[in-house]
Design a protein around this ligand. Structure first.
Ligand SMILES: NC(=O)c1ccc[n+]([C@@H]2O[C@H](COP(=O)([O-])OP(=O)(O)OC[C@H]3O[C@@H](n4cnc5c(N)ncnc54)[C@H](OP(=O)(O)O)[C@@H]3O)[C@@H](O)[C@H]2O)c1
Length: 277
């Protein structure tokens, strides 16, 4: 099983242990590791830290592929990045970009559990319907339609308190300029900038940062390495209790990798994009 998105698309694997002389990694267990594209790999104890290797916990019957989605790195990023940096309070307005991806769709659902009003930006009407009808977002906006500042103002007339940004580029600057006083922004990803050869049309946000006294904090998920299993346990419980729904876009076979990656950059995935090998 394989994850394919973002700047780290080459690395993340969930493997089954076929042979082992290390009791911490018994034969038959599933492990998560940061290694290159491959069908088999040999890992030594001294590589464990370097490869971010750990045994996947019991998923309570949920699919093992979630180990690279909601119950893996993207899930931990959504859970801690949102709760620890945005510090949402009930009644606040939360905006999330790339809202139909694995990180964004989980952030939005956690924000609903916390009693917030949730607005998501994504790239198609079909994804907007999924976010609103199935995941409970209050509003989803197709960012390809245009007039985004006006569209956001219409659904968040009282402004934005928390912004979880997976996107960067022009859309982020539009949202930042509609933040409320003391708003909190978590910078998680910059998918709009990964493949951008043209100069981004960025609007200045400096004045907004100063006048609204905003806090912006970037993060790398491994900041919470020591709380990783706590995050996964919490998310697993939310799924098993039916409070959080997940969706995966599964591509079959190693050879489909380039096509799958292009599909992700074109926004064809709902939730986590996974390659099954
Ligand atoms: N900081 C960390 O530690 C950390 C940890 C995990 C993930 N991340 C980052 O978080 C982000 C989300 O991760 P993910 O795994 O959930 O990925 P994802 O949302 O599944 O990423 C793919 C989605 O990005 C959107 N997209 C592609 N090109 C775009 C563009 N030019 N402008 C706007 N949206 C575009 C597409 O959705 P649409 O249809 O909506 O356009 C596509 O489905 C990524 O940037 C990733 O690198 C960071």
């Amino acid at each position: 099983v394989r994850r394919t998105t973002g700047g780290n698309y080459r690395k993340f694997w969930s493997f089954r242990v076929l042979d082992s002389r290390n009791k911490k990694f018994p034969i038959g267990s599933n492990v998560y590791a940061l290694v290159g594209w491959r069908s088999h790999t040999v890992l030594n104890p001294e590589d464990f830290a370097k490869n971010n290797l750990f045994v996947l916990p019991d998923f309570g019957g949920l699919p093992i592929s979630l180990g690279i989605g909601y119950l893996g790195m993207p899930g931990v990023a959504a859970y801690f990045g949102f709760l620890e940096i945005c510090k949402p309070k009930a009644g606040e307005t939360v905006v999330v970009t790339t809202a139909a991806g694995s990180v964004g769709s989980l952030v939005g659902q956690i924000a609903k559990i916390k009693g917030c009003k949730v607005i998501g930006f994504t790239g198609s009407d079909e994804k907007c319907r999924w976010l609103e009808d199935e995941l409970g977002f209050d509003k989803a906006i197709n960012y390809k339609v245009g007039k985004l500042a006006k569209a956001l103002k219409a659904v968040a007339p009282d402004g934005v308190d928390c912004f979880f940004d997976n996107c960067g580029g022009e859309l982020s600057s539009i949202i930042i300029n509609q933040m409320n006083f003391y708003g909190r922004i978590a910078l998680c990803g910059a998918v709009a900038e990964y493949n951008n050869e043209s100069e981004a049309k960025l609007r200045s946000t400096h004045t907004t940062f100063i006048l609204k006294q905003l806090s912006l904090e970037g993060f790398v998920v491994y900041r919470w390495a020591d709380r990783w299993q706590e995050g996964i346990k919490e998310i697993k419980e939310m799924i098993l209790e039916g409070k959080v729904k997940y969706r995966e876009t599964i591509f079959d076979g190693f050879e489909i990798l380039p096509e799958a990656f292009i599909d992700v950059l074109e926004g064809k995935n709902f939730g986590k994009a996974v390659i099954k090998v």
